[in-house]
Design a protein around this ligand. Structure first.
Ligand SMILES: O=C(O)[C@H]1O[C@H](OP(=O)(O)OP(=O)(O)OC[C@H]2O[C@@H](n3ccc(=O)[nH]c3=O)[C@H](O)[C@@H]2O)[C@H](O)[C@@H](O)[C@H]1O
Length: 453
């Protein structure tokens, strides 16, 4: 009896245990399917989010959108980037020449100062122009957006992207057989190099190499004209600066990266047969200029009644620059493009020697910073609050002065704008662009001034 009672107890206990196990396992299944559902939902939402923000805008004017775009683009592979039939159509349309034997030019840094002016000039004469720009915030990106808007009115499309993005660059070369590249994208500014040295390495060295790597593989290989700088002359005291003078004493990291660019250009020319022309720009100024440059922020500070620092050398001598007006520099860039010979390589292999050139694009008549301020005082009709201080040891050189006979000989480069006339055009643009009503000198609107800027 006792044993049959035990047996029934054991059976009951087993049934109960099995019931508990069933309940537990169905609870477990329910819990895990909930978890699985939530994870799937989260992944789907993340994918939708990344896809949406990485979809290339066709005509983006929206800066905040762009900010997210560039940030996430760095995190993700370029597979998401650009693309789409409408986007490709714009790329093709913008880069197709409208005249016989017109050039098809990829302009890097097209939303920049020199880039936007050159893009317009090329387009106006019937060449195809495609821009690329990362719209970084080194200076007010809304000015870059303003230039982009102007270019869009002339049917020039700017691809938003970085020259370090190899996949994007090769995609552009797959779509368009560019005849030329005008490479102006760079980290500019002499003094900022002490604050953010890495940005110079990233843009001026890594970015340039990335562009050359793409160009060497392209078929046809384009001819490349690119922006070097007067700063490569560094501490050279031999004046005026000629292309054969020494350039091995850079005074700033900016100068060193531009000099490195010239050496890198030599290598790619030598190994791959790329046609390469470096243009050493001398303190370029004018309408739509760069707000980080002295003439620009002096104008801003003077109109706001703020003091400005005017540098002198350590031995109290005046600091001077060969200030060069933008229209003259644009003519130089177009002259260099027009006389650039074809690259000789294909598919990454050199087929013969190719052109390698370096030119100064300056104004040939240096003006002191003190004089620059006097001209601005007269144009703005205000007295500057000047702090005359010794030039900080931050990469500046005491003077620059270009000899441009080589550029004149090879493509007729002849600067025609003196600093007063050029600054008049700049100030006129500045006051109108920023909507400043001022007690400005009537002379600004002199009848001789037919500037379109
Ligand atoms: O030719 C170049 O290769 C370079 O030109 C430009 O550099 P720079 O010639 O140094 O121009 P910019 O800064 O306008 O200073 C002008 C003058 O004002 C003096 N200066 C400057 C600041 C200040 O507060 N006070 C002052 O006196 C200063 O000492 C200098 O004498 C480009 O920025 C650079 O990207 C590069 O392209």
């Amino acid at each position: 009896m006792a044993s049959s009672l035990d047996t029934s107890k054991v059976m009951k206990l087993e049934r109960y245990n099995s019931y508990i196990r069933r309940v537990n396992s169905s609870k477990l299944i329910a819990a895990s399917s909930k978890l699985l559902f939530r994870v799937t939902l989260l992944v789907a939402l993340l994918l939708i989010f990344f896809f949406t923000i990485n979809y290339h805008p066709l005509s983006s004017e929206n800066t905040s959108h762009h900010h997210i775009h560039t940030t996430t683009h760095n995190l993700l592979s370029s597979a998401f980037y650009g693309g789409g039939a409408a986007w490709e159509k714009q790329v093709r349309h913008s880069s197709t020449p409208r005249r016989a034997n017109g050039l098809s030019v990829l302009v890097t840094g097209a939303a920049g100062f020199v880039g936007s002016h050159c893009s317009m000039a090329l387009k106006k004469r019937g060449d195809g122009v495609l821009g690329i720009d990362n719209f970084n915030s080194y200076y007010d990106p809304s000015l870059k957006r303003g230039r982009q808007k102007l270019l869009a009115q002339h049917e020039i499309f700017i691809v938003e992207g970085d020259i370090n993005d190899a996949e994007l660059l090769s995609k552009l070369f797959d779509i368009v057989p560019f005849t030329h590249v005008l490479h102006l994208a760079a980290q500019a500014g002499v003094r900022y190099a002490m604050k953010n040295p890495q940005s110079y390495i990233k843009s001026n060295i890594a970015g340039f190499v990335n562009l050359l790597e793409t160009a060497k593989l392209a078929n046809p290989q384009p001819a490349i004209v690119w922006a070097s700088s007067s700063s490569v002359y560094g501490l050279n005291t031999n004046v005026p600066f000629s292309e054969n003078h020494r350039t091995d004493q850079p005074a700033s990291l900016y100068a060193a990266t531009k000099k490195a660019g010239e050496e890198i250009a030599h290598t790619y020319n030598h190994i791959y047969g790329l046609s390469l022309t470096a243009l050493r720009f001398f303190t370029v100024y004018g309408p739509w200029g760069r707000p980080d440059m002295a003439y620009f922020f002096f104008t801003k500070d003077m109109t706001q009644g703020k003091p400005i620092n005017v540098y002198v050398t350590q031995d109290n001598k005046e600091v001077a620059r060969d200030f060069t007006y933008i229209d003259d520099v644009v003519k130089g860039c177009l002259g260099a493009l027009d006389t650039a010979e074809k690259s000789t390589g294909s598919g990454g292999k050199k087929k013969g020697p190719a052109q390698l050139r370096v030119y100064n694009l300056g104004n040939t008549s240096p003006v002191s910073v003190k004089k620059l301020v006097t001209i601005l005082e007269s144009l703005l009709n205000v007295k500057a609050k000047k702090n005359v201080i010794k030039m900080p040891r931050n990469g500046d050189v005491p003077f620059t002065h270009a000899n441009v006979s080589l550029a004149y000989r090879d493509f007729g480069y002849k600067p025609t704008t003196d600093l007063s006339s050029g600054l008049r055009k700049f100030v006129k643009w500045y006051l109108s662009y920023y909507g400043i009503q001022s007690k400005v000198n009537k002379e600004l609107n002199s009848p001789n001034d037919h500037s379109e800027d």
